[in-house]
Design a protein around this ligand. Structure first.
Ligand code: ZN
Length: 413
């Protein structure tokens, strides 16, 4: 989706403010001789901003206003190295709440609702974002924060919560508890607002059925306000996002070129009105696509598809981009196969083609040869590649408490 005139004017206002502030990016643009963006084509030449640069600017190097205007900071959880600190002005905080309230409204939530908020409060943007949006909407916030399932269930019943905000795993845990304790008739939940991450349809169906609620994916990241920059409507046709606050592009994560609407790629976000820490062309590494056309719900806000995964995890074979999430989805449909797997990719010089070796675990009760054949034909029909498949006993592949590395690309070895 090409940047429109109004958005371009806002980008130029931000660019001017960044340069005048002489912050980390202001100095970068000055050095590159960038002072104004005249056309949509010029905009595409603007360099991307990556999380590594935000780390370089730690702690407050990306702040673009004087200290006196900053009212709050948030921080993204750095799994490696320094965290990223994002400063907010009063207007940023208010804009974020307004966007979040719009998310609730899009999900059909009103000021008569009682919203139980289970994401964490503190340095990260989750809990407080859900709370500020709720107050802006005028609904009743029940600010629980994470954990303490006993108390969650008690408050949920006593206060008759109608909306639950949670991560998908915590929503699942609550659904399981409500199911096993037979509490379903005592709860008044109608909707769940779930922080957008990659989660399986199986899990979604279970939560939705057990709790008898509609589920809404809410999108966002700390670097760009936090959660609340997009949400799906009741037609479940993708997440509407707020293009009056943000300009979103989808790029090929490898070449950095913009892709056509409808094509998958990496989400790149430009903040149009953010003051404390404006970002132009921030690479999120989240993978999705812009859904072309208008939603039948009548909303004019454009749509992003559900998040497919992270570009950092993507691999390319025979010119086809593949994600671990797709592999997981396929394996999830095969009987007796565990969720552990390993992918080795190599290049056959003689035949000049890539080879994929997929190692999966299966329970002893299933026939390993048949299972391998099933997986092969599934891959062929769904992903247009035929891997070599090795089936091993459950427990053979290494387990890790951290994120397990599953894809090993030997082509550059
Ligand atoms: Zn819609």
């Amino acid at each position: 989706m090409q940047i429109n005139e109004k958005q371009l004017a806002l980008v130029n206002e931000r660019l001017k403010a960044i340069i005048e502030s002489d912050n980390y990016f202001g100095r970068m643009y000055k050095e590159m001789g960038i002072t104004e963006i005249k056309t949509p084509e010029d905009f595409k030449k603007l360099p991307f901003v990556d999380k590594a640069e935000l780390r370089n600017a730690y702690p407050l190097g990306i702040q673009a206003v004087p200290d006196s205007e900053i009212v709050r900071i948030h921080s993204s959880s750095g799994t490696t190295g320094k965290p990223v600190i994002i400063p907010y002005t009063a207007k940023d905080v208010d804009d974020w709440a307004a966007m979040f309230a719009r998310c609730y409204e899009t999900a059909g939530i009103t000021k008569n609702d009682r919203i139980q908020i289970t994401p964490g409060y503190g340095l990260w943007t989750a809990g407080i974002g859900f709370q500020a949006g709720c107050e802006k909407l005028g609904a009743m916030a029940i600010p629980m924060g994470p954990g303490n399932t006993e108390k969650q269930l008690q408050m949920m019943q006593d206060l008759k919560s109608t909306v639950i905000c949670a991560t998908s795993s915590y929503a699942l845990l609550l659904a399981e508890e409500i199911n096993s304790r037979g509490l379903k008739d005592n709860i008044c939940l109608k909707k769940g607002v779930i922080g957008s991450e990659r989660w399986s349809d199986k899990k979604r169906e279970y939560i939705s059925n057990e709790l008898g609620i509609e589920l809404y994916d809410i999108y966002g990241l700390t670097e760009i306000y936090g959660p609340g920059i997009g949400v799906n409507c009741n037609l479940q046709t993708g997440m509407h996002y707020w293009d009056d606050y943000l300009y979103i592009e989808i790029i090929d994560p490898v070449t950095g070129e913009n892709v056509e609407d409808g094509e998958e790629g990496e989400i790149v976000i430009t903040t149009l009105v953010k003051e404390g820490a404006p970002l132009l062309r921030f690479r999120t590494h989240d993978l999705s696509r812009i859904i072309p056309g208008e939603c039948p719900c009548g909303s004019k806000y454009p749509r992003l598809d559900v998040i497919k995964g992270r570009s950092d995890d993507m691999f390319k074979v025979h010119g086809v981009n593949m994600f671990p999430s797709q592999v997981e989805e396929l394996l999830g449909t095969v009987d007796g196969v565990s969720s552990e797997y390993k992918i080795d990719i190599a290049h056959d010089e003689e035949k000049n083609r890539d080879i994929i070796l997929l190692t999966v675990e299966a329970e002893g009760r299933v026939n390993f040869d048949k299972t391998a054949e099933t997986i092969k034909s599934l891959f062929k029909s769904k992903m247009s590649v035929t891997p070599k498949v090795a089936v091993v006993s459950v427990g053979t592949l290494p387990r890790s408490e951290k994120k397990t590395k599953r894809v090993f690309d030997h082509r550059e070895d």
